[in-house]
Design a protein around this ligand. Structure first.
Ligand code: FES
Length: 205
């Protein structure tokens, strides 16, 4: 689940797991910034962000032209402009990994990737797994093993599992835990999710 610079380049390694470790500090920092902004409402209200640019994003096999600002995230484009709401906005309910999509086959947090960075890449959302009357085996596996409760985290887990199985069709239990390590389920449905992954691994889905 590595997203970041090549180890050989001497750069910093950014994994979805490392992101989770840093998220607590980030939330505290965000709260502090929010407090400061709240104390200066007039300044915030007059701030204008410009520099919108039209780009083409390939999502679920189709090209889409969208106008984005430099700060626009991939998640905002998917949900607000393309109406692909399977990937979740973590501002609504904080569940890590619920915004997972595939970018060139890698499980990626859409909420921390800028839309500009996604240009030229192949993006897949959970909507692509619906199939033509024949859902992806990961989707049917989640249903079979009752691997969800509230369901908020489920699209993210499904996409992370799809990425794992595409890369390693027969993963071990440790590889499953590693592959899904960037996703959190606050309802605690890990048992069903793991059973689903193990069954799909045996079947080579
Ligand atoms: Fe509710 Fe995972 S957060 S099913």
């Amino acid at each position: 689940m590595v997203q970041g610079k090549d180890p050989g380049s001497g750069g910093v390694i950014f994994t979805r797991r490392n992101f989770l470790k840093g998220s607590g500090a980030a939330m505290a920092a965000t709260a502090a910034v929010t407090q400061t902004a709240a104390q200066q409402p007039a300044a915030a209200a007059t701030r204008v962000v410009s520099g919108a640019k039209e780009i083409t994003l390939n999502v679920n096999g189709a090209d889409h032209k969208v106008a984005v600002e430099p700060r626009t995230t991939l998640l905002e484009v998917l949900r607000d402009k393309l109406n692909l709401t399977g990937c979740k906005d973590l501002k609504d309910v904080y569940v890590d990994g619920a915004d997972t999509v595939l970018v060139d086959g890698k499980a990626t947090y859409a909420g921390v990737m800028l839309a500009l960075q996604a240009e030229g890449k192949k993006i897949r959302t959970v909507e692509s797994l619906r199939g033509d009357g024949q859902p992806d085996p990961v989707v049917t596996g989640f249903v079979k093993h009752d691997a969800m409760q509230c369901g908020f985290c489920t699209p993210g887990f499904v996409m992370a599992m799809r990425a794992l199985l595409d890369k390693q069709p027969n993963p071990t239990l440790d590889e499953i835990r590693e592959g899904l390590g960037g996703n959190i389920c606050r309802c605690g449905t890990y048992d069903g999710i793991t059973k689903c992954a193990l069954e799909l691994a045996k079947g080579g889905a």
